[in-house]
Every structure is written in C-alpha cells, then in structure tokens.
Design a protein around this ligand. Structure first.
Ligand code: 13P
Length: 255
C-alpha cells in the first residue's frame, strides 16, 4: 500500500509573516497522526523559518525547485546540499510552471532528480499534459516521455524516494480539476509504466498524487481512484482551513 502524501505548494506566495502564521496554524490544527505524509513547500527564503516552527511535528519541509550542480558559479541557484543543510526532506521537480515559464526540459528534470536522490532529498516529480496534448490524444505519449526521460539512469531501488505528481497543465490554477475518472485513468497508466521500468512490487508501493485545482470540495471523489494516493495542492494550500480539510479528507479516505 503506497504511503499517502499531501503537499502544499505555496508557489511564489506569502510574506514571511503569512508563512509563519500558516505553518503555526497547520501544526496546531493537525494531530500528529494526521501530520505524517504532509509536506509544506514554501518559497526558498522562508524555508528556514518554516522549519523552525515545524520542529517537534511530523510535517515535512519541501523546496519548490533545486539546481543539479553541488556548488559554484550558478548565480541565483540552490543546491541539494543546501536544501539538506536546512532540513528539507523533499523537493518538487519538473513542475509545469518550471517547464513552461522557465523552459526546463526533460533532460534538466532528469539531472535534478538524480542529484536530489543522490543527496538524500526525496523528489515530488511532476508530470502532466497540456490541453492541446489532451485534445490531440497525446496524454499518454506525453506522460510516458516525461517519466521515461525523467527517470533515465535512476536505479529502481531509488524509486521509494520518489513521489509522482500527475498535474494536468489545463487543471492548474484554472478551477477545472480533472474528473476522478480522468485522473484515475492517467494514474493507472503511470503505475503500469512504473511496473515496466521497475517491477510490480516496486510500482505497487509508489505514491502517485494528483494536482490541479484540488479543493476541500473535490478531493473526496478524486481519492476514490485506486491509484490516487494523495494530492499536490496549490491555491487551496494557502489557507490553513482549506488545507487542513484536504489533509483530513485524504487521511480518512485510507482503508
Ligand atoms: P492549484 O491547486 O492552484 O491548481 O495548483 C496546483 C499545482 O500546481 C500544485 O503544484
């Protein structure tokens, strides 16, 4: 049974004060048993402040990106070692906003994945098709390419450090979430693909989460999909109230 994971991707939002207050509220709202598998991903500059508040809780810290080189003349970039140093357990890699706005390709995603895993930071590896790709029936082809290229040269004994996030681009920040059937169809395809890349035992245990306009109102039906093991939440993770509700619904939907 895969572990359930609920990530809050704050993207480029919050002030320091808001980050501190949101983290404090979540720590108070969620019981220890509910905190397991919850990952907060604030902007880089607030990671340390959030980590300080999370001390003594089971909530994990994640970064929204990383660079693959260990150190050197890479102005503006952050290494895996730096993330590890300040207590990050997770990093989001290959988010569609990185791919689309910052032109990250599958090769860059692969380098980031490999260096994060080598450095002992677990990856939330994002994949997803655009609306155009879906309309042209290219969803599976796109996902296959992203996963095969992203996991190139990653040994399958490292897969337990990877969470796959299926985030259809057309569902991100649009209020148009995938239907539970659409999401389950792609999650099941991803698990089959992972079976080919590793084996059934490894693939069965991998956590595959859905992202794209997740709210407290739609998460219950999404979680009915057999291969949906949690969520990566953007907008709704910026409110302690809605993120708490989402976490609770996900935790309660576990058999
Ligand atoms: P929204 O939940 O705001 O649609 O964002 C999803 C996302 O991109 C999470 O990484």
């Amino acid at each position: 049974m895969p572990k359930s994971i609920v990530g809050g991707n704050w993207k480029m939002n919050t002030t320091l004060q808001e980050a501190v207050s949101l983290t404090g509220l979540l720590k108070d709202n969620l019981k220890v048993s509910q905190q397991e598998g919850v990952v907060l991903c604030p902007p880089f500059v607030y990671l340390s402040a959030v980590k300080d508040i999370l001390r003594g809780s089971e909530i994990r810290l994640g970064a929204q990106d990383v660079y693959f080189q260990p150190k050197g003349a890479f102005t503006g970039e952050i290494s895996v070692g730096m993330l590890k140093d300040i207590g990050c357990d997770y990093v989001i890699i290959g988010h569609s906003e990185r791919r689309q706005i910052f032109k990250e390709d599958n090769d860059m995603v692969n380098k980031k994945l490999k260096s994060s895993l080598q450095g002992g930071v677990s990856c939330i590896f994002c994949v997803g098709e655009t609306l155009e790709q879906r309309q042209e029936n290219l969803t599976e082809k796109t996902i296959r390419q992203q996963i095969e290229a992203g996991l190139d040269e990653v040994p399958s004994d490292r897969y337990n450090q990877i969470v796959i996030a299926y985030e259809p681009v057309w569902a991100i920040g649009t209020g148009k979430n995938a239907t539970p059937e659409q999401a389950q169809e792609v999650h099941s395809f991803i698990r089959k693909l992972l079976t080919h890349l590793s084996n059934e035992i490894v693939a069965r245990e991998m956590t595959i989460i859905y992202g794209g306009s997740v709210t407290a109102d739609n998460i219950q039906s999404l979680m009915e999909g057999n291969d949906i093991n949690g969520a990566l939440v953007g907008g709704a993770s910026l409110s302690a109230d809605s993120f708490t509700k989402i976490v609770n619904i996900i935790k309660n939907s576990r058999p």
